[in-house]
Design a protein around this ligand. Structure first.
Ligand code: NAD
Length: 432
């Protein structure tokens, strides 16, 4: 099939590349010419395991192109995917300006029947808006569909090639047939719904996962008070098939480009219909507060943080990505700087992105050791494998004061045996 994907970010690039891997002819479009130039020179603007190889292969085999020419791409395609960003407005509502602009450009570029598919996460009713905008700019026939995206950064290629399910929201037979044919090589589990339900499935899924995280974080906080171990509690809970083990890792809360904005957007969507989504509001509040547990722990150990050197390991919101959007590191480091601490930070991949978005006086280090060297405490914010593979006794030998705050519960009691670290984790009894 001949496809255009508009928006060559984490979702659009990975989706476009994976569709080309299935044998389709794909044109990826972005309005940022620097991104397209990079891709045309064989360089990948984001870090995503396995992506570079697939880009090279499919480009070389002539199935994958990159361009800023949206009109030309639309002319040559039967299915147009919209995968542009839908960031939060200050109110928490989704900003639909990129979607509206893309829809207008599609409308102006139409030269025959097309199916226009929204992959971006959009509030219920947006696909109808997209239909109206396109209609205002063309007399060609077309259909719209919602195929929300569920990939996770860090495992995006695998998630796209082996999805748990594909949701196709459409009421049109041609759109259903084309999109079913396109996705059938990926999974047998294709669920066809009406458009509004498809739009809602995406928000409901992310809100539910965020709820699981805030729930286990609250259980962790109670575990700390009653002397239970949240990792054992989560294992016991997660062994119940009705609950399941995933998203039950206690820590410093969720971040990233999806959960924070999608929970806020769903609260707004509900509010606009005069529905007060009390549960989700609490999920957001618990998450915000959880980030500061680490600071409370630091202050309990070190007292005044002024002039204390605090090492930070991990700036990305999770491992295996360079994405720092809404990463807990922003708020934690800002609070440390406000309290007068000296902050030294290291991340294997995401430091440059973080630097571009953060104004504060952080010393960025080229290695985990350089960041931890002679620090008064080390805080682990992201569970990169490199950190999990560093033994606590080595960490102790690098620190000035043996204080380790593990915001991701990466070390076990065995790992700590023989060290004299003051080790604090989330929801577990003191282990050392
Ligand atoms: P992103 O910011 O990484 O990429 C969006 C791209 O769209 C940018 O490169 C931007 O330049 C481009 N763009 C914007 N307007 C354009 C236009 N008119 N023409 C051409 N290009 C245009 O965003 P993302 O992380 O890929 O997210 C895209 C959407 O997918 C969002 O709605 C997001 O919520 C959703 N989503 C993201 C993830 C994720 O893990 N990142 C997962 C599932 C769903």
């Amino acid at each position: 099939m001949r496809l255009t994907v508009i928006g060559t970010g984490y979702v659009g690039l990975v989706s476009g590349v994976c569709f080309s891997e299935l044998g389709n002819d794909v044109v990826c479009v972005d309005k940022v010419s620097a991104k397209i130039d990079m891709l045309n020179k064989g360089r990948i603007p984001i870090f995503e395991p396995g992506l570079e190889e697939l880009v090279q292969k499919n480009k070389n085999e002539g199935r994958l192109r990159f361009t800023t020419d949206l009109t030309g791409a639309v002319h040559d395609s039967d299915i147009i995917f919209i995968a542009v960003g839908t960031p939060s407005l200050p109110s928490g509502e989704a900003n639909l300006s990129f979607i509206e602009q893309a829809a207008e450009e599609i409308g102006r570029s139409m030269n025959g029947f097309k199916v226009v598919v929204t992959k971006s996460t959009v509030p219920v009713g947006t696909n109808e808006k997209i239909r109206n905008i396109i209609q205002q700019h063309t007399t060609c026939l077309f259909e719209v569909a919602s195929v929300p995206e569920f990939l996770r950064e860090g495992t995006a290629v695998q998630d796209t090639l082996y999805p748990d399910r594909i949701i196709i929201g459409t009421s049109n037979d041609t759109a259903r047939k084309w999109l079913t044919k396109l996705h059938t090589p990926l999974t047998d589990n294709i669920i066809v719904t009406d458009i509004r339900s498809a739009e809602m499935i995406k928000y409901a899924s992310n809100a539910f996962l965020a709820t699981k995280i805030s729930f286990i974080n609250e259980i962790a906080n109670i575990c700390e008070k009653v002397g239970a171990d949240v990792t054992q509690v989560a294992f016991g809970m997660g062994s119940d098939k009705r609950i399941g083990p995933s998203f039950l890792n206690a820590g410093i809360g969720y971040g990233g480009s999806c959960f924070p904005k999608d929970t806020q957007a769903l609260i707004q969507i509900a509010g606009q219909m005069d529905y007060d989504f009390k549960l989700l509001k609490s999920v957001v509040e618990v998450n915000r507060d959880q980030r500061f547990n680490m600071l409370r722990k630091l202050e309990a150990i070190l007292g005044d943080l002024r002039s204390k050197t605090i090492a930070i390991w991990g700036l990305a919101f999770k491992p295996e990505t360079d994405d720092v959007r809404d990463a807990p590191a922003f708020e934690i480091i800002s609070a440390l700087l406000r309290k007068g601490a000296v902050v030294r930070a290291y991340d294997p991949i995401a430091a440059d992105n973080f630097k571009n978005h953060f104004q504060g006086a952080v010393e960025y280090c080229v290695s985990a050791q350089k960041a931890a060297w002679h620090a008064d405490a080390l805080c682990i914010l992201t569970e990169w494998k490199e950190f999990c593979d560093t033994s606590p006794s080595v960490i102790q030998s690098w620190l000035k004061q043996p204080n380790l705050i593990d915001g991701r519960n990466i070390y076990s009691e065995e790992d700590l045996a023989g060290t004299e670290l003051n080790y604090y984790s989330i929801g577990r009894p003191n282990m050392n």
